[in-house]
Design a protein around this ligand. Structure first.
Ligand code: GDU
Length: 602
């Protein structure tokens, strides 16, 4: 029914293949030639695009979907024959001696690591219209997540450069159609946050076609019948993109040994990642997942060892919606429940993975980076014949070990203190309140920020600093512990050992209304007492020693929002508005010992 001249033989081949698979509905609404010809061309071009971007083409996609949808309809257990067992792994107390030992080893290993940030998700659950990487991780400095991550990698790089001058640690960022342009703009507007642009590689994932029923009919858009609905395929795409872009191969040729994966909004990720790298390095793990204690039913996957009746076993993430039914069907009729520790016995996967390049690279060659897919339709009723809305195939990056042979060394590293390792920004204020009401972490913009302060205050306490507080506050209906607003840049301290070396813990006191910001590579704090706000900001070559400074001022205030006053989206999702005044006095007016060495005094 199209104008034949507009279509190539390739187009015709694809359309015929789709017709053979029962996809006539894609074309039955087409009017006679001469009408809507441009729309028809546009529709076929989109089908070609979807065909090109899926390994196995649209035919493969539909066939995979038919199989997985039938499994889902029939209620087939994807873990048939497997029994979950609590696996053994390294469990570390943040700041303990063994933590520090692993962290030191890991900071060393980071000098031969590549970093991969998956940031294709738009964060619909959060109710934020921007990209999550542009969100401030905290409002004391306003540093956005991407800047925090880049600076953390640069801090590890600076360390590696002491041994191997010229070292550049690569950062790959997976974007999607939803986030690509805005991620580029964020980087370009900020001079890549100090990273050499040649170090940063953007790899863009494509969406996949939506499916409207159990026969895997592709779903046409309700408003535009010449467009197939599409949705993201999941973060598992990252492996195929690292393969097809040639990055992994290049990293191996460059002599790198490790690849560290992480997600878009965890301000604490680099507090724990070096220790996990250290564990990988000492135990020679092919795959190592960073984990935290997990509350039963919390929306993070549980790491389990799955033992098959055939004798095969694998240590793998079991996603939160699958863990409960699996436990009920096997070892515990009560399903996913906390044990006497108050947590699920299965550690929570926070999707910060350390992969060994020498086993990852050949595995990618073998599989082309294709990761096991799944489908999760929301059925309209118990007959499972209709969906509430269209669905699509998905894949997850943490499923990579499923492809590995049994002999692979797959482990995990639990950081026993959640506050030290994990506080993502995922949920809207209303969803966050609901999670908190169930006794689960709210994973909100409110806690994402306040947990950074908590982690910093607790770290200072661990080295002997007196930190007052926390005080109970309520923001966005969430009851939280409000710690002094202590923030430092990764250049100041990238590891716990750096903090110990730069801050004389017992010489420092932080009052409960204090805000303390430290930015600068060569800042040292010997004696300091803060009541109010203090910002220490030193240029890269400035050496600053704070020795005997007492700060007394009104300080900054984090005001709960007044719903009648205008607010930004960033403030709305946090539930507070910081009142941060400009510094009243410059450094040279106060009692502070400054040593300037050939730097400008800014
Ligand atoms: N993402 C993509 N592409 C996608 C979907 C997501 O790049 O198609 C990115 C997101 O930007 C984000 C990361 O993947 O950086 C994770 O996405 P979500 O935050 O939506 O992930 P979930 O909360 O669904 O769950 C994931 C894991 C869980 C657990 C949890 C921890 O699947 O097992 O580890 O993160 O935060």
């Amino acid at each position: 029914q199209g104008n034949e001249a507009s279509f190539s033989q390739e187009d015709a081949r694809l359309v015929n293949a789709l017709l053979d698979l029962g996809q006539e509905h894609l074309f039955t609404h087409w009017p006679a030639p001469g009408q809507h010809d441009d729309d028809k061309v546009r529709q076929v071009a989109q089908l070609r695009h979807l065909d090109f971007n899926y390994n196995g083409g649209l035919v493969g996609y539909i066939q995979n979907a038919q199989r997985l949808l039938e499994d889902s309809r029939a209620g087939r257990n994807p873990f048939e024959g497997y029994t979950p067992v609590v696996p053994d792994g390294e469990k570390l107390d943040y700041g303990s001696e063994s933590f520090q030992e692993y962290e030191e080893l890991g900071a060393e290993a980071a000098g031969r690591a590549a970093f991969v940030l998956v940031a294709g998700g738009l964060g619909e659950r959060l109710g934020y219209s921007g990209i999550k990487l542009a969100l401030p991780a905290e409002s004391a400095t306003g540093t956005c997540f991407l800047q925090l991550y880049v600076e953390s990698i640069l801090a590890l790089q600076a360390r590696a450069q002491q041994q191997r001058p010229g070292t550049r640690l690569p950062l790959a960022i997976m974007t999607s159609g939803d986030t690509h342009k805005r991620t580029i703009k964020l980087l370009e507007d900020n001079h890549h946050f100090g990273m050499d642009p040649a170090q940063v590689h953007l790899i863009k994932q494509e969406k996949v076609a939506c499916l409207s029923d159990n026969n895997a009919h592709l779903a046409l858009d309700g408003k535009d019948p010449f467009t197939v609905q599409t949705k993201p395929h999941g973060h598992g795409d990252v492996h195929a993109l690292l393969h097809s872009s040639g990055l992994v191969k290049r990293w191996q040729e460059e002599g790198l040994l490790w690849v560290c994966f992480f997600q878009d909004t965890n301000g604490l990720v680099f507090r724990a990642l070096p220790a996990a790298l250290g564990v990988s390095s000492r135990k020679d793990y092919d795959v190592n997942s960073l984990a935290v204690p997990r509350k039963a039913k919390e929306a993070i996957g549980g790491i389990a060892q799955l033992q098959h009746t055939s004798g095969r076993s694998m240590t793998i993430n079991v996603e939160y919606n699958q863990l409960d039914p699996l436990l009920r069907a096997t070892v515990n009729p009560e399903g996913d429940v906390n044990d006497e520790s108050g947590y699920s016995p299965f550690p929570g996967n926070i999707n910060q993975l350390v992969l060994k390049l020498s086993s990852y690279a050949p595995e990618l060659e073998r599989t082309q980076g294709i990761i096991a897919e799944f489908v999760n339709p929301k059925y309209a009723d118990a007959s499972k014949t209709q969906f509430k809305s269209s669905t699509r195939l998905e894949c997850m990056m943490q499923d990579f070990p499923k492809e590995l042979p049994s002999s692979a060394r797959v482990g995990f590293t639990v950081i026993n203190q959640v506050w030290a390792a994990y506080s993502p920004v995922k949920n809207s204020p209303a969803d966050a309140r609901a999670k908190a009401a169930e006794g689960n972490p709210s994973h909100s913009a409110t806690t994402g920020e306040l947990d950074i302060y908590e982690a910093n205050c607790r770290s200072l306490q661990m080295i002997g600093t007196t930190v007052e507080g926390p005080e109970p506050r309520t923001f966005n209906g969430l009851d939280v512990q409000f710690w002094p607003r202590v923030v430092w840049s990764p250049a100041f301290a990238a590891t716990f050992a750096d903090l110990k070396a730069k801050v004389n813990g017992p010489g420092v006191r932080v009052g409960s209304n204090a805000s303390l910001v430290i930015q600068g590579r060569q800042v040292e704090v010997a004696k300091l007492d803060v009541e109010g706000a203090l910002v220490i900001k030193a240029g890269p070559d400035a050496i600053v020693k704070v020795d005997g400074l007492e700060v007394r001022n009104k300080g900054w205030r984090w005001m709960a929002l007044n719903p009648d006053k205008p607010m930004t989206e960033e403030q709305f999702i946090r539930g507070f508005k910081p009142q941060t005044a400009k510094p009243q006095r410059s450094l040279d007016e106060v009692n502070i010992k400054l040593i300037w060495r050939g730097c400008d005094s800014k």
